[in-house]
Each structure stands twice: as structure tokens, then as C-alpha cells.
Design a protein around this ligand. Structure first.
Ligand code: ZN
Ligand code: ZN
Ligand code: FE
Length: 756
């Protein structure tokens, strides 16, 4: 009977386009006997559903429960409308009216799916086809130029669909229904290997040549999803040394791609959560503990390795044809420059040195591999890029029309679209000219893609950050934000906090309102304002930026503050191996207050202790000293060192003294490092308790690069929770400056819209 049936309009918002959502709705509707239509809108997917009330309720529940794995439903709104007598369920044409303010989400790139891997072996037109994809997998953000997400708006536009592919594209029952990058051997992109003056074009020949090369210790440059990679046998030291040479790379550990889970377990000790992260469709690099990865040229001596699993069809093809367990998989760029994305540039840079593999589909948006780790059973980001960007971060309030330009060294920018923050991929160090160009170009590309027009811009108050200079040049209302307030706001925005909290922010460098360098900070405040409640004691940093690269300078400064010139009599190796004339010079700098800015930085404190332990006296990559200090620590040690907290200042001089004593007594770096970490955690807990007593605040937010230290963040979080605090930390964006723009955006949105 007609009257039993009702019609509902259902609106699904979130990441629901380019991820096989409409065919999923179609199949589900059939399954539940629902009649009606589904179509794409600016702001999501719109469904008209006609059926019995119970059926419709079950249908909506199933929409939520069974949605495609790469989709992300944020909201399902539905209401009853006038009865419409549909006689079947159909997918209708996308509405391409993009005038509205709300705009659909752009899918990140998705790792190749199991079904496609199997199709590669069975579908005649896709046998061994390296660019196979479907609605559930394949390139997305890296190839998109404009919205709506349709083939002509991607770099697939140059390839005309063959009849077979077109049939699949149009067949709603096919997994490739409306898969925009759909392609096959006959009509899609192809690889070309430039090797020894010749070009190999058949994929079998390419794979054979590459696997022979890699097995014999060669290095190759290969075009990946978001840019070029350099690869070699990860267990071959000579090959890895050669790879490092061609990259002019510092001593930073290299990422490794394992053939599969079994190979990974042979060398690594992944936890269940780490494996889950490694195997997710986002396929990030995950930092995993190793007992004995044999190639120290890869690990740079660290006890953990950035691991990943294959995510492009090509990766699987390569591993299938070689016996190698693992490949170094690192971005092809010259140190400091952005990852190379264009064929001509890669050929010019590498063809004379090694085989170069290219393919004839353009990468529109370059994007590095993401890097993450697991702490306290939760995944966290170190670098948010491929597989994550440009998924929006939901904001607790409107942030529309604001551009946040981020920091300088680890740049990511961000802008507001309604109540969503769209975070860019990892951009990098803006001091590098090419990276600065990449930054400006990406802002333009994002603006075009999202039809975004900035009405205001927000930047760090640092006088010289290149991102800030960019913002100040724009002819728009400008908001300048203190660095650590932005860090604090970033973790608040991510956790939808809009109230007064305690903010503990620890990082390397940030410009303070007193003109000094901050970085060991205890704030109270909200998104509108903050009070600097307490901080780590100021220490002169002789040489300023030079000391960041040479942690021994900061170590010397700490020793000088504690011992004066008596420091030269200390019976510790650090002092005994000091270049005395250089040291005297540094001390003069400090005494005369020449180029020795005062800093309360937690990063510099970790630098100093790392150098005292001679783990890293001169740094060869960003944050090496604190990373080495964490890497050696013995997690079973519960001891600690004294420190003094008075007049709202945490003074670690007593700890430095105790560390010198332990060093004099030949205690191990493993033990000293653990005791030092415990000391910093103790100080955080004590100051937070003081604030709680005085201000009755119980919520603590933790941010800043120092909280990427797994041991420290876990200990601080556990200790605070044990004392009854509610603790909030970063999960979606990195705790380092890569997450800063989100906080800038939140503060500016609060200011502009006074979101009360
Ligand atoms: Zn697929
Ligand atoms: Zn085809
Ligand atoms: Fe910072």
C-alpha cells in the first residue's frame, strides 16, 4: 500500500566523493529495497529514498556501518519529504553547481586495493598494468587540478578512455563505475625506463632491468605517486652509501619499504597498532623499533626505522620479481629542496648517474610520504602528507576565508572553509628558494581547487619568518600570533576545545613577546589570549642559529652557567675533548652578550644533554640531538635528577650538575638519558599541579616538537592523568611546526568572528 511508504531526503557530508560512495549507495539501496536517486552535490552526496520507515532506518544505519573504507562520513542528515513514487533506484548526473560556500572534500591518494592487485593477474586488458585503479583506490589529490572531481579536471584528462574502460566507467555494477583515473594497458599511462642511453618501454623489461640492478647494488630514481623516489637494496651498505651521495643527504635515517608484513617482522618489532597503521589505505611511513637492522647506513645508528609497505601496483610488481626483502625508499630531491615531481627535472638531475623511471601522467600536486608513530596505543603524525592531505580537520567553529601561513622550517599552511580547516601537504623549509616557490605555488593551487579567496591572513609574529613576510605582503587584514600560543591553539582546535586550559608547549624555537626565544612554556589561556604562567630558565645560546646545528655550544653554555670557568676542570669526556680555543671564544660571546640570544627552549635543553653525553655534538639533520638522546634511553630506569622551580621558572642547573656527576662516575648514557627525561616530566607535572591549585584548571594541552619524543609524551601524559588532569594531545596534525597553521587559523577565526 502506498501509504506505508515514505520518502526521505538524506544528505551525507564528509569524504564521500572519489571513493566509490554512490555505487555503494546504489548497491545498498537495492539490497534494502529502497527506491529513489543518489547524486553528488557541492557539499556531499544527496539521496532521495523511498521505502517503508523501518527499511529506510536500516538503510541509513547501513550507510554508516558499511561505507567504503576510504570514505569518511561526517554527518548524515535526513528528513521526510512529500511522497515521491520512484519505481527504481538510480544514480543521477552530478550537480556541478559550485556556487555554494560549502564544498566537497578532496580525497587523499589511496593505496592500490586487493581487488585491483588480483585484476592485474586476470583481466586481459590489465594484465601487469601498473596504473590499475578503481573507485576504492588509486591517485586522487596528486592528480586533481579543480573541482568537481571529474576526469577532465585531473591530469588523466590527456588519456582518452578505450571502449572497454568506458563501459566499466559507465556500468554502475562495475567497481570502476565513475572511477575517474580508470585506465588499462590500451588507453592509460605507461612507464618508461631511461637507462644507459636507451629507453625501455615494456613493463616486463623495465621490472627485470630494475630488479637486476637493485640486486646488484644499484640505485635508481623512480617516479612515485606524489614525486620521485631514490631506491636501492636496503640491506646493501655500499648501495645505500651511493644513494646517500647522489642525494647529498645529511645523516638522516632513511625510510625502508618492506616487501610484505612477513619481511617487515623479520627485522622489526611492530606492535599491533603500528601494523594497523602500516597496513591502512593511507600507507604512511611508521617509526618502528628494530632489534638489529643490519644496515647502519640506513638507520644512522638509530634503534628504530621508518618503515612502509608497498602502495603502488609498481611496488608489488618490483618485489614480485626480486628476492630482496626491503628497499630504501626516499624522496628524490637535493637536501632541503622539495621532492621532484617533473620528468624533465628528474632526468636532468639523475639520468647521468642512474636509471630513471618515469611515466607519462603528470603529478599536479607534489606530495611526500607521510610519517607517523604510535604512542600509548594511538597513531600520531610526524609529517602529514600523502594519504592524509588534504582531508580537512573539523573546527569547532567557523573559520571561513582565513589563510594561515604556518611556520618557516617545517611549513604547512592551512585555510578555513566554513568550519573546516584544509591543511596543505608538508611543504618544508621555506629558507630554501625552491621550497618557498613550492609554498607560493601550493597556496595558489589550493585557492584554485577550493575556490578559496582569502579575506584575512594570519602568521607567526616572528619578524623574519619567510611565511610571515609573505603574509605581511598580502594586501589583507593581518593577524600575528605568538608561536607557542598557536601550538597550544592547534591541539585545542583538533580536540574541539574552546575554553581556558593549561598549555604546555615545548619545542626548539619560537619568537616570544619579550623578543627572546621561547620553547619551554607553561601557558594558561584560551584561543583569544594567554598568560605565560611559567617557563624554563633562560640560557644564552651562543651563536643563535649556529647553536642549533652545533649542540655542543649550548652544552657549554649550560656548563658555564653552572660552573663558570671551573668547567674546564670537569673530568668528563665532553670537556676533555673540547677544542679549548673555540670554547673560550664561545664563553667570550656569552660574557659580552654577543649574538647569544637568551632562550627558554626545551629543544636546546635536550640538545645540551645530548651533547654532554656526546651523542650528538654537531647535528647533521634537524632535531638529531634530541632524537639520539631519546633513542639511547633505558625505559626501565625510574630515577631522576633534581631541579628548582621558583618564581615561575624551572631551572635545570641542578640536573646538569647531577648529570656531570653521573658522567664522572661513568654511568651509561642509557641511564642518564632516562633520568633526564624523567626529570623534565617531573617538572611538567609539578608546574601543572601548581597551576591547578591556583587557577582550578584541569585540562592540559600538550604541543610542540619536543612532544614528538615518544618516551617523554607517554610519561607526561600518564603522569598527568594519574594526577587527575584531562590531557589532550595531537593526533591529526603533527605536534611540531607542521601543525602550527591550524592553531593560527583557530586564533584568527576566534578574533575575526568572535565565535561566542
Ligand atoms: Zn582498486
Ligand atoms: Zn582502457
Ligand atoms: Fe614550534
Amino acid at each position: 500500500m502506498k501509504s506505508e511508504k515514505q520518502t526521505y531526503r538524506i544528505k551525507v557530508t564528509g569524504l564521500v566523493q572519489g571513493v566509490g560512495f554512490r555505487p555503494f549507495v546504489y548497491r545498498l539501496a537495492r539490497e534494502f529495497g529502497i527506491k529513489g536517486t543518489v547524486d553528488n552535490r557541492n557539499d556531499g552526496v544527496s539521496i532521495m529514498a523511498c521505502g517503508k520507515k523501518g527499511e529506510i532506518e536500516d538503510f541509513i544505519a547501513a550507510l554508516n556501518a558499511k561505507s567504503p573504507k576510504a570514505s569518511q562520513i561526517r554527518k548524515i542528515d535526513y528528513h521526510q519529504v512529500a511522497y515521491v513514487p520512484y519505481d527504481d533506484f538510480r544514480i543521477i548526473k552530478s550537480s556541478d553547481n559550485f556556487s555554494g560556500n560549502e564544498i566537497t572534500e578532496v580525497s587523499p591518494d589511496i593505496a592500490v586495493c586487493e581487488e585491483c592487485l588480483s585484476d592485474m593477474k586476470t583481466q586481459p586488458h590489465r594484465l601487469g598494468y601498473s596504473f590499475i585503479n578503481c573507485t576504492n583506490c588509486g591517485p586522487r589529490f596528486s592528480i586533481i587540478k579543480a573541482l568537481p572531481y571529474d576526469r577532465p579536471n585531473t591530469t588523466m584528462s590527456e588519456f582518452e578512455l578505450c571502449d572497454k574502460c568506458e563501459q566499466e566507467y559507465k556500468d554502475v555494477n562495475d567497481r570502476r563505475f565513475h572511477a575517474q583515473p580508470v585506465a588499462c594497458n590500451d588507453c592509460g599511462p605507461h612507464y618508461e625506463l631511461y637507462a644507459e642511453g636507451g629507453i625501455i618501454r615494456d613493463i616486463e623489461g623495465i621490472i627485470n632491468r630494475l630488479s637486476a640492478l637493485l640486486e646488484n647494488g644499484g640505485v635508481a630514481a623512480v617516479k612515485g605517486l606524489g614525486g620521485f623516489n631514490l631506491i636501492c637494496d636496503a640491506l646493501n651498505e655500499d648501495a645505500t652509501l651511493n644513494l646517500r651521495k647522489s642525494k647529498h643527504r645529511d645523516g638522516k635515517p632513511l625510510a625502508v619499504m618492506f616487501r610484505d608484513e612477513k619481511a617487515l617482522r623479520k627485522y622489526m618489532q611492530p606492535s599491533a597498532q603500528e601494523l594497523q597503521m602500516l597496513k591502512s589505505w593511507r600507507r604512511p611511513i611508521v617509526i618502528v623499533q628494530t632489534s638489529d637492522f643490519p644496515n647502519k647506513v640506513v638507520t644512522s645508528g638509530f634503534n628504530s626505522v621508518g618503515c612502509m609497505l608497498p602502495y603502488m601496483p609498481f611496488h608489488y610488481q618490483l618485489f614480485e620479481s626480486t628476492t630482496l626483502d626491503a628497499l630504501v625508499y626516499t624522496s628524490a630531491n637535493l637536501s632541503g629542496e622539495p621532492i621532484i615531481k617533473d620528468d624533465e627535472i628528474a632526468l636532468a638531475a639523475f639520468e647521468s648517474k642512474m636509471p630513471v623511471l618515469i611515466y607519462n601522467r603528470k603529478i599536479h600536486n607534489r606530495i611526500d610520504d607521510s610519517v607517523g608513530f604510535v604512542a600509548r596505543g594511538k597513531s600520531r603524525m610526524l609529517r602529514r602528507s600523502r594519504g592524509y592531505a588534504p582531508s580537512p580537520v573539523p573546527m569547532p567553529f567557523n573559520a571561513d576565508g582565513i589563510l594561515a601561513v604556518g611556520a618557516e622550517l617545517v611549513n604547512c599552511f592551512c585555510f578555513g572553509r566554513g568550519t573546516q580547516a584544509i591543511m596543505s601537504q608538508h611543504i618544508g623549509d621555506l629558507k630554501n628558494a625552491e621550497t618557498l616557490e613550492f609554498f607560493e605555488e601550493s597556496i595558489e593551487r589550493f585557492s584554485h581547487l577550493y575556490k578559496f579567496e582569502a579575506k584575512a591572513v594570519v602568521c607567526d609574529m616572528h619578524p623574519d619568518y619567510l611565511s610571515s613576510l609573505y603574509a605581511r605582503k598580502a594586501d589583507l587584514p593581518l593577524i600575528e600570533v605568538q608561536h607557542h600560543h598557536a601550538h597550544m591553539a592547534s591541539v585545542m582546535a583538533e580536540n574541539a576545545l574552546d575554553e581556558e586550559v593549561i598549555g604546555v608547549v615545548m619545542d626548539g624555537t619560537g619568537y616570544g613577546t619579550d623578543g627572546k626565544i621561547w620553547g619551554g612554556e607553561f601557558f594558561t589561556g584560551d584561543l583569544s589570549s594567554f598568560e605565560r604562567y611559567a617557563h624554563f630558565a633562560y640560557v644564552p645560546i651562543p651563536g643563535g642559529d649556529a647553536a642549533v646545528k652545533e649542540p655542543w655550544r649550548t652544552a657549554l653554555s649550560y656548563l658555564y652557567a653552572v660552573y663558570g670557568k671551573e668547567l674546564f676542570n670537569l673530568k668528563i669526556l665532553f670537556v676533555q675533548t673540547l677544542d679549548k680555543s673555540k670554547a673560550e671564544l664561545i664563553i667570550q660571546l656569552i660574557d659580552k652578550k654577543l649574538n647569544s640570544p637568551e632562550s627558554s627552549s626545551a629543544g636546546r635543553l635536550f640538545d645540551a644533554v645530548s651533547a654532554l653525553l656526546q651523542l650528538c655534538e654537531v647535528s647533521s639533520f634537524h632535531a638529531e640531538a634530541p632524537m639520539r638522546l631519546e633513542d639511547v634511553l633505558d625505559g626501565t630506569v625510574s630515577g631522576d635528577y633534581p631541579y628548582v622551580y621558583k618564581q615561575r621558572t624551572v631551572d635545570f642547573s641542578p640536573a646538569i650538575k647531577a648529570i656531570v656527576d653521573d658522567l664522572t662516575n661513568d654511568l651509561s648514557p642509557a641511564l642518564i638519558s632516562a633520568k633526564f627525561h624523567n626529570t623534565v616530566a617531573n617538572a611538567v607535572l609539578e608546574v601543572c599541579k601548581k597551576i591547578k591549585e591556583e587557577r582550578s584548571l584541569e585540562k592540559v594541552v600538550l604541543s610542540g616538537g619536543t612532544f614528538q619524543n615518544r618516551y617523554l609524551s607517554q610519561k607526561v601524559e600518564n603522569d598527568l592523568e594519574a594526577e587527575g588532569f584531562k590531557v589532550f594531545f595531537h593526533r591529526t596534525v603533527p605536534a611540531n611546526d607542521g601543525g602550527l597553521a591550524l592553531g593560527q587559523l583557530a586564533i584568527a577565526a576566534k578574533k575575526m568572528f568572535n565565535n561566542l
